[in-house]
Design a protein. Structure first.
Length: 165
């Protein structure tokens, strides 16, 4: 099973005030995290953005450090049947990165990096903690969904000896 990754850097100004967090995640695009593109955004209606989610497993300790610093949450935090943590982190990609994100499929392994930003809850979820999301500055597909190593049809054949014509 591939190993997931999560790290963050705190970017500070000369007075040691936090300016932003730079986050790097390696994980999987799950069914509910496949990016969707919205077009017609911006003042002139010529901008586009992609919204997606990346899922990482067994990194709740590292993620919780960032969330404790910011008082935020990620999109979801759960445990699977085997007791492993499963965290889903939302991301947003703009312009040409939105097009790249729109090509991602369920099951793709990706690296997403960018600035962390805090999204305040909407009126429907007032009172809940804000959500930490990633504004993508770099996105890389590490492997494609459903990619299977090609196996030769002759790989399982065993040479036979002693057969006479």
């Amino acid at each position: 099973m591939p190993r997931d990754y999560f790290s963050f850097e705190t970017i500070r100004d000369h007075e040691r005030n936090v300016i932003c967090y730079f986050i790097t995640v390696i994980g999987t695009i799950e069914h509910d995290g496949v990016p969707h593109i919205k077009t017609g955004l911006g003042e002139d209606g010529d901008k586009k953005m992609a919204f997606g989610k990346v899922t990482v497993r067994n990194l709740d300790r590292t993620i919780s450090h960032l969330l404790a610093d910011t008082g935020c949450r990620v999109f979801s935090h759960e445990e699977d049947i085997e007791g492993n943590s499963v965290d889903t982190i939302s991301f947003t990609a703009r312009e040409w990165r939105a097009e790249e994100a729109g090509e991602l499929e369920e099951g793709d392994r990706v690296m997403v990096e960018g600035r962390g930003y805090i999204r305040q809850p909407d009126e429907e979820h007032a009172g809940s903690r804000p959500e930490m999301r990633i504004t993508v500055s770099g996105m890389f597909r590490l492997s494609r969904a459903g990619y299977k190593k090609r196996v030769s049809l002759n790989a399982g054949l065993v040479p036979q000896e002693g057969i006479e014509k």
